[in-house]
Design a protein around this ligand. Structure first.
Ligand code: THU
Length: 168
């Protein structure tokens, strides 16, 4: 007696994630209202402590009431003890302005570690912190990324830069 043979093929459901962003050839093409924020990011970048990577990063946050909170990367001879510019700024804002909504984050950088033509993009750890900031404030914030060749992109939310973020 022969038994029937069934072949069960499970087809996975394919999904796709995409994100929209605006691109400018130079940060000076950004709306006038963003210029002070970019300038403050460049200013704080000068205070980067980056003797090991020689890659200097500046991050500037515009809070809802117009307050600017800035941070630069701070390295340490025990490498993992250092901290990225974005997290320095975001954690300062969390500690000192916990109830103020973050409206925009601007990041600039300078150094040979990353090619001048490469789009500046925050590391994964910073994106995770950025996404949690959005979750805490229940509102997205704009992210302005100024590359070393001045090409600038604006993402409308941090979450769009980190699909499937941990725990969010
Ligand atoms: N860095 C940042 O400040 N932000 C990032 O998103 C990526 C990297 C810093 C960390 C370190 O001091 C240097 O850049 C090289 O990785």
């Amino acid at each position: 007696m022969s038994t029937g043979c069934f072949l069960l093929i499970l087809i996975p459901m394919e999904k796709e994630l995409s994100f929209k962003y605006s691109q400018f050839e130079h940060w000076k093409e950004l709306p006038e209202a963003d210029h002070a924020l970019v300038a403050s990011a460049y200013k704080v970048m000068e205070a980067a402590y980056a003797p090991y990577s020689k890659f200097c990063v500046g991050a500037s946050l515009l809070l809802e009431d117009g307050t600017l909170v800035t941070g630069s990367n701070q390295e340490n001879i025990a490498y993992p003890s250092g901290l990225c510019a974005e997290r320095v700024a975001l954690f300062f804002a969390g500690a000192n302005h916990p109830d103020k909504i973050v409206d925009t984050l601007c990041i600039v950088a300078q150094g040979d570690l990353v090619d001048v033509e490469t789009l500046l993009s925050p590391c994964g750890g910073c994106r995770q912190v950025m996404v949690e900031t959005e979750k805490r404030q229940n509102q997205p914030f704009r992210v302005i990324l100024v590359s070393q060749n001045n090409v600038t992109i604006i993402a409308e939310s941090a979450a769009s830069l980190l699909p499937l973020a941990f725990g969010i």
